[in-house]
Design a protein around this ligand. Structure first.
Ligand SMILES: CC(=O)CC(=O)C(=O)O
Ligand SMILES: [Mg+2]
Length: 225
């Protein structure tokens, strides 16, 4: 396993695989049924944003929500990985936000459409620096928190996850090959809510890392990147 290659995982251009409804209290707050198997969706690598650049509200949304999540960085490729060896495929972790255009997601759900517009827009995946595996000895005991303008909105432990990290790695790798540099977002605890332009978001993994982002608005203009 190479941690050197994934230390800047956000520049690897690999998959961002997201798990939804992995915390019972969050599924309840959005009036969703508890899943019997992991709910998956994807973000493109253009969703990444790092501290120092703003999170942009998409021009077609007026209800952007924060979701703080533990990210798992894949360090060794594999498919059909058994749960018993799943942790050997983990290089480390990251603190992540799964920014969600909730109004658009609600419309997609009502029409039976995929969540791409709600979940995969540019800057929909703010991430921290890479956290080496050794700094989080047990991914089932991670305390996550998120504040908006210094007011606490989310606090939860990965102990509340319905599907554990080894279970998710095993399940996902039975659907698509996992590659070095992929990132798995493991779902959000309860307390999701709206953010507005000029808000300041602070998020953390207790005792490990924290990060700060401001919110801006996407301009609907043509530009080269
Ligand atoms: C309803 C959702 O947006 C699912 C999700 O992303 C989650 O973390 O749960
Ligand atoms: Mg999420």
């Amino acid at each position: 396993m190479s941690t050197r290659n994934v230390a800047r995982f956000w520049e690897c251009g690999k998959k961002i695989i997201c798990v939804g409804r992995n915390y019972a209290e969050h599924a309840k707050e959005l009036k969703n049924e508890l899943p019997t198997e992991p709910v998956l969706f994807l973000k493109p690598p253009t969703a990444y944003v790092k501290e120092g650049s703003p999170i942009l509200v998409p021009h077609y949304s007026s209800n952007l929500h924060h979701e703080v999540e533990l990210g798992v960085v894949v360090g060794k490729a594999g498919r059909d990985i058994p749960q018993t060896s799943a942790m050997q495929h983990v290089a480390g972790y990251a603190l992540c936000l799964d920014m969600t255009a909730r109004d658009v997601q609600d419309q997609c759900k009502a029409k039976g459409l995929p969540w791409t517009l709600a979940k995969a827009f540019d800057t929909s995946c703010p991430v921290s620096d890479f956290i080496p595996k050794e700094r989080i000895p047990d991914p089932a005991r991670v305390e996550l928190w998120l504040r908006v303008n210094n007011v606490i909105r989310q606090r939860g432990s990965t102990a509340q996850m319905i599907f554990s990290v080894p279970c998710l790695i095993s399940y996902i790798s039975g659907v698509m090959a996992l590659e070095e540099g992929d990132l798995i977002l493991t779902g959000t605890p309860k307390g999701v809510g709206a953010v507005n332009e000029h808000d300041e978001l602070q998020a953390g993994i207790e005792g490990v890392i924290n990060m700060t982002f401001t919110v801006g608005r996407q301009a609907f203009t043509s530009s080269d990147i």
